[in-house]
Design a protein. Structure first.
Length: 252
């Protein structure tokens, strides 16, 4: 039986990013949905285990990668999405490659293009790299502009997160709003989805997030009460960008 092409594609920089940022919203998106993990490749054999993977409890890079793939498969099954993994190794092992897997994956999508979601890139260089590469590729393909989602837990630490003041606060915040402000120089950002999770949605999201159990302890060190009902994962936010007109006299 032929697998139908995706109607929604979510680029997730790392294995847990789509679940952390969008697990509540994913059931509302056009199905079938494919979550594409960009930094999903196996590290080269010569690499020693990174500080992060060691903190997660792993002794070898192979053990960390094998576990993360399995965690992601369990989360994908719970979310009812397809799992796709590009072969770029994670940051400590990736040697700053050019993320050409994004070009190949997006270039192979059938037309009409599915809905594509990208992270806005809050406080995480790998997320910004994925965002910028995918925006360039989609533009070159003549595809519609993607939707842009708030990366959690990063954006979720904004004091106004999940309130009607979120966008105004992002526009002026120097800790959690810089990626949003950068995008505003190029696009008008209209709110496409604003979801504050109810108890049932939160229970489903929490069940999905705990699939990535190998990373929860170190994430809690950086992000505090990550799984608290009122914590940074409690709301999800997605914007629809529109290109701003180029200034008169600007180069091509």
């Amino acid at each position: 039986m032929t697998t139908p092409p995706p109607r929604t594609v979510i680029l997730s920089p790392h294995f847990d990013d789509a679940a952390l940022s969008l697990a509540g919203l994913i059931p509302r998106l056009p199905a079938p949905v494919t979550v594409v993990t960009v930094f999903g490749g196996a590290p080269a054999a010569h690499h020693a285990v990174s500080w992060w993977d060691s903190t997660c409890g792993f002794s070898t890079t192979a053990e960390a990668h094998r576990t993360r793939l399995a965690e992601d498969a369990r989360a994908a099954a719970l979310l009812g999405v397809d799992q796709a993994v590009l072969d770029h190794p994670d940051g400590p092992y990736g040697e700053d490659d050019e993320l050409e897997g994004i070009d190949a994956y997006l270039g192979a999508l059938p037309t009409p293009f599915p809905l594509v979601l990208l992270p806005i890139g809050t406080n995480q260089r790998d997320h910004q790299r994925v965002r910028d590469r995918a925006l360039r590729v989609l533009d070159g393909l003549g595809a519609p502009l993607p939707l842009l989602y708030a990366d959690l837990p990063y954006t979720g630490h904004l004091p106004e997160w999940g309130t009607p003041d979120t966008d105004r606060a992002l526009g002026g915040d120097e800790t959690y709003g810089l990626a949003y402000q950068d995008l505003l120089t190029r696009y008008r950002l209209d709110l496409a989805h604003d979801l504050v999770l109810d108890d049932a949605q939160w229970a489903r999201k929490r069940e999905t997030v705990v699939c990535y159990g190998s990373q929860l302890a170190p994430l809690a060190i950086d992000h505090g009460s990550l799984l608290a009902r009122g914590g940074p994962l409690r709301a999800e936010r997605v914007w629809s960008p529109t290109r701003r007109p180029r200034p008169a006299g600007a180069g091509s």
